[in-house]
Ligand binder design. Structure first.
Ligand SMILES: NC(=O)c1ccc[n+]([C@@H]2O[C@H](COP(=O)([O-])OP(=O)(O)OC[C@H]3O[C@@H](n4cnc5c(N)ncnc54)[C@H](OP(=O)(O)O)[C@@H]3O)[C@@H](O)[C@H]2O)c1
Length: 339
C-alpha cells in the first residue's frame, strides 16, 4: 500500500533529518557524509568502531560501536531515520547483518546497504563477479526484517579505480604502465566518488512521502526497494588514457603498454580467488565488467536518474586529476587495496 504524508500521525515531518552512516571516514562514506552535511538539512551520526583510527569529517556526531555488543549498535541507531552502510569489503562477513538486525530493533525504517557497484538487475554479471548474490542477500534481509532499502548503482568509481592499481582500470602510475583490456575500446559508465556522494544527498533531501495520491513529485519513496542509478560519464580505457596523457603531459612513449584478453584475465583472477588469494578479486571483477559483448551498461538508467535528480555529467580531465591525486593515499591502504 502506498504511504502518503496526509495519513501520517500528527507531528510527522516529511523530511529525512537524522541520518546514520557506517564508514563516514571511508572511501565513499566520506564523500556521502560531506555531501549530506553540505545540504544543511541533515544531522549525520557516524557509527564507528571504538578503536577506529579513521578520521571522521568535521560536523558529524560520533557514536562508537562494538560489533560484538548489539546494544551499542541499537543505541547508536535509536531515533535515526535512515542508515547508510559503507562498510569495508574486508570487514567480517556477518557485520552487515549485525547492523541490519540492530537497525530493525532500533526502528530505523530505511537502509542503504553496502553495494555501490553495477546494475542490480544484471543478475548474470552479479553472479560472475560473485558480488551480486551477497548484495541480494543483504537487501532480502532488510526486507525480511520489515525495513526498506535504497541501493546505489554507480558502476566503478572513476577516480578510485584509475588510482587503485593495475587490477582496476589497468593503470600503474608508479611504473607508468597500462594494461589494456582487449582493444581498450569498450565503453563503461563510471562515477566519481563526489558524484556518488551528491546522488545520495539528493535522494535523502527529497520529501520522504508524496502528500497524497495526486502528488506525482519525486520523493524518497520513489526509490524504495529500488536502485538509484548514477554516472559521471561513459568512457573506454583508451579515453581514460588520452585523458591521463593530457593531465600528466605525457605521450605514448612515456608508458609501457600491454594488452590482455578480458576472458583470460577474468579466469586468471577467478582461479586465484578460488584458492583464497583475494589479490585475484579486482582483476576478475574489472575484467568481467569489460567484456565487450556482455559489458556492464547502466548508462541509460543512470542518465534518466541523473536527470531526475539534477546531476550533471562531469569533466573527464578534472576527474582524472582527482584520481591521480588519490594514488599515494590508496597505496598506503595496502590490505584494503589488495582485495
Ligand atoms: N564501485 C566501486 O568502484 C567500488 C570500489 C570499492 C568498493 N566499493 C564498495 O563500496 C563499499 C564501501 O567500500 P569503501 O572502500 O568505501 O570502504 P572502506 O573505506 O575500506 O571502509 C569503510 C569503513 O568500514 C569500516 N571498517 C573497516 N574495517 C572494518 C572491520 N574489520 N569491521 C568493521 N568495520 C570496518 C571503517 O569504519 P570505522 O573505522 O569508522 O569503524 C571504514 O571507514 C563496499 O560495499 C564495496 O564493495 C565499490
Amino acid at each position: 500500500m502506498p504511504k502518503y504524508a496526509k495519513n501520517q500521525p500528527a507531528g510527522f515531518k516529511n523530511t529525512i533529518e537524522r541520518v546514520a552512516i557506517v564508514g563516514a571516514g571511508g572511501t565513499i562514506g566520506s564523500h556521502i557524509t560531506d555531501a549530506l552535511l553540505k545540504t544543511g538539512k541533515h544531522t549525520v551520526t557516524a557509527l564507528s568502531r571504538k578503536d577506529s583510527s579513521n578520521k571522521l569529517p568535521q560536523g558529524v556526531a560520533v557514536a562508537p560501536v562494538d560489533y560484538n555488543d548489539e546494544t551499542t549498535i541499537v543505541a547508536a541507531l535509536k531515533d535515526q531515520q535512515f542508515l547508510i552502510i559503507t562498510m569495508a569489503p574486508t570487514a567480517p562477513r556477518d557485520t552487515h547483518s549485525k547492523l541490519v538486525h540492530a537497525a530493525a530493533k532500533a526502528g530505523v525504517p530505511y537502509i542503504m546497504p553496502n553495494g555501490y557497484g553495477g546494475d542490480i538487475d544484471n543478475v548474470k554479471l552479479g553472479e560472475d563477479t560473485l558480488l551480486g548474490p551477497v548484495a541480494k542477500a543483504n537487501r532480502d534481509e532488510i526486507e525480511r526484517l520489515g525495513m526498506q532499502w535504497v541501493t546505489v548503482c554507480c558502476g566503478f568509481w572513476y577516480d578510485y579505480s584509475l588510482a587503485g592499481g593495475e587490477a582496476r582500470f589497468g593503470f600503474d602510475f608508479g611504473r607508468r604502465s597500462l594494461t589494456v583490456y582487449d582493444d581498450g575500446n569498450t565503453k563503461m559508465p563510471t562515477s566519481t566518488l563526489a558524484q556518488v556522494g551528491r546522488a545520495v544527498a539528493k535522494v535523502l533531501s527529497l520529501d520522504e512521502l508524496p502528500e497524497d495520491e495526486n502528488d506525482k513529485r519525486l520523493t524518497l519513496s520513489t526509490f524504495l526497494n529500488r536502485g538509484v542509478y548514477v554516472k559521471s560519464f561513459v568512457v573506454s580505457q583508451n579515453d581514460m588514457f588520452e585523458s591521463v596523457k593530457r593531465v600528466t603531459s605525457t605521450t605514448d612513449s612515456d608508458w609501457t603498454i600491454v594488452h590482455e584478453d578480458t576472458r583470460k584475465r577474468y579466469e586468471d583472477g577467478l582461479a586465484l580467488v578460488k584458492v583464497g588469494n583475494m589479490t585475484g578479486f579486482g582483476k576478475m571483477l574489472y575484467a568481467r565488467a569489460f567484456y565487450p559483448d556482455e559489458r556492464s551498461d547502466l548508462s541509460e538508467k543512470a542518465g534518466a536518474h541523473n536527470k531526475l535528480l539534477g546531476l550533471l555529467d562531469e569533466d573527464l580531465d578534472e576527474s582524472t586529476r582527482a584520481g591521480i591525486d588519490l594514488v599515494k593515499e590508496l597505496q598506503l591502504r595496502v590490505e584494503r587495496m589488495a582485495s
